[in-house]
Design a protein around this ligand. Structure first.
Ligand code: 2HA
Ligand code: ZN
Length: 257
């Protein structure tokens, strides 16, 4: 390689590193990203996200995509197949937390701890178009999140958020309470009157099972058809909503009760 070739290579690397840095900052400044980062921080401050516990996803609105797409990677990751095709989410883009990331670190370096994935036009696979800097990948619970989004969208076309966390009191309650959705809901309603207003559809409870699998995603999605909060016994909770505040607030209310 001659001098000019290697000089060009150095220049190309410099340009792409500079573009990477600009892209990180530009996307991080978008208001939906700032709100998502704040939700991760707030969840950790509540004690819901020990170590790498919990994960979250936000279905981007057309205006979010519009304001970010100029900063997406020139070369996205390869496509990764989903366990089964999710046609209803074809072409959608999601902001999601990274596998293994600690919620308390998201605000320190968003571009490393969260990222944007897009689904292909048949909803069969996803690829990374922004974030997950340093070789990260989306949460292992991505199938549960995506199936949850589909299920809630059927009930509420405005739904954008699915959030999973490990709130202490709710987990403890699954150790001492009957794991029956109706009885569990009635206890929450009795403990805190506000819960009837915030959670009129109650919570659904799933018995313990291995997480990170497609099976638990299918069951969580089924439970999302009739409630916006699904408790995973001896593990944590899933909640959804039209906004980050909605999903976060549901967990806050149930946990307080
Ligand atoms: O992301 O909480 O359920 C870690 C978990 C898995
Ligand atoms: Zn979990």
């Amino acid at each position: 390689m001659g001098f000019f070739d290697s000089a060009q290579e150095v220049l190309d690397k410099g340009v792409s590193a500079a573009k990477g840095a600009v892209s990180g900052v530009a996307v991080e400044q978008q208001s939906f990203v700032k709100q998502f980062v704040r939700m991760c921080d707030d969840g950790w401050r509540q004690g819901w996200h020990e170590r790498n516990g919990g994960n979250a996803s936000y279905r981007m609105a057309p205006e979010d995509v519009q304001s970010c797409k100029g900063f997406f990677y020139d070369t996205p990751s390869s496509w990764v197949a989903l366990p089964s095709p999710l046609l209803n989410l074809a072409g959608e883009k999601f902001l999601v937390t990274a596998a293994g990331s600690h919620m308390r670190n998201v605000s320190l370096d968003p571009a490393a701890n969260i990222g944007i994935v897009e689904l292909d036009d048949t909803g069969s696979s996803w690829r990374i178009v922004w974030g997950f800097k340093g070789g990260g990948v989306p949460t292992s619970e991505l199938p549960s999140h995506l199936m949850g989004h589909i299920s809630r969208l059927a009930a509420d076309a405005e739904n954008r958020v699915v959030m999973h966390s490990h709130p202490t009191n709710l987990i403890a309650m699954t150790c001492v309470h009957e794991l029956d959705s109706r009885e569990f809901t009635r206890t929450l309603w009795r403990m805190n009157n506000e819960c009837i207003m915030v959670l009129p559809d109650g919570v659904n409870v799933l018995p313990w099972q291995l997480c990170g699998t497609s099976d638990i995603g299918v069951e969580t999605a089924r439970e999302f058809k009739t409630a916006r909060v699904v408790v995973w016994a001896h593990h944590g909770v899933y909640a959804c909503g039209a906004s980050l505040d909605d999903a976060f607030g549901l967990i806050e209310s149930a946990e307080k009760a």
